[in-house]
Design a protein around this ligand. Structure first.
Ligand code: NI
Length: 196
């Protein structure tokens, strides 16, 4: 089932998400629904707060990036295969000199801005079977993991912009909260006036 994606301005996107246990109700179904929602919106990642749940769960699938020919064949291959479910993730370390990449977010449609992040991230998490992993990612995969991880910490990419950039997109963000935007996937807007 495709779930509505929560838009910018909803308080759930600002919560530090809570860890979950194996007994979390209907977890498999939730993960399946989140996958369907992410693929339906052509996203490369989706975090539980974006479907209204403040829990430490996010998905990453970088396959859509593999189509982009700015990447080498080897990079494209890695992007095509990269698919993970991260449960109870905690970043252990970020390393390297920050680099800029033009980010977007399913909760903030039509806004894309360069965001600076470190290129390498080491993260501890549990998979769908609650097996523990610690992995280090770099490049674009690290980028997507960092963006999704921010969601479970209540952080959005727009928080990382300069104050000038923030001022420039303020009106656009306000319109998104009110639902004054055209978007081709299901969304839930916090400040949308109810239709009678
Ligand atoms: Ni996002």
């Amino acid at each position: 089932m495709v779930l509505p994606i929560v838009a910018y301005g909803d308080p759930v996107l600002r919560k530090k998400a809570k860890p979950i246990t194996k007994d979390y109700p209907k977890l498999d179904e939730l993960i399946d629904n989140m996958k369907e929602t992410m693929y339906g919106a052509y996203g490369v990642g989706l975090a539980a707060p974006q479907i209204g749940l403040p829990i430490r769960l996010f998905l990453v699938d970088t396959a859509p990036f593999a189509e982009d020919d700015v990447f080498t064949e080897e990079e494209q291959d890695a992007l095509k295969k990269f698919q993970r479910t991260f449960i109870n993730a905690e970043i252990i370390e970020e390393e390297g000199d920050e680099w800029a990449f033009n980010e977007g977010c399913l909760s903030i449609p039509d806004v894309r801005e360069d965001v600076f992040r470190q290129p390498k991230v080491t993260i501890k998490y549990q998979d769908e079977a609650f097996n523990e992993h610690t992995e280090t990612f770099d490049g674009l995969i690290a980028r997507v993991v960092q963006h999704e991880y921010d969601h479970i910490e209540g952080i959005l990419f727009t928080d990382k912009l300069s104050s000038l950039k923030k001022r420039l997109i303020k009106g656009k963000l306000a319109n998104i909260s009110k639902g004054k935007i055209k978007v081709d996937y299901r969304m839930r807007f916090p400040l949308q006036k109810k239709k009678r």
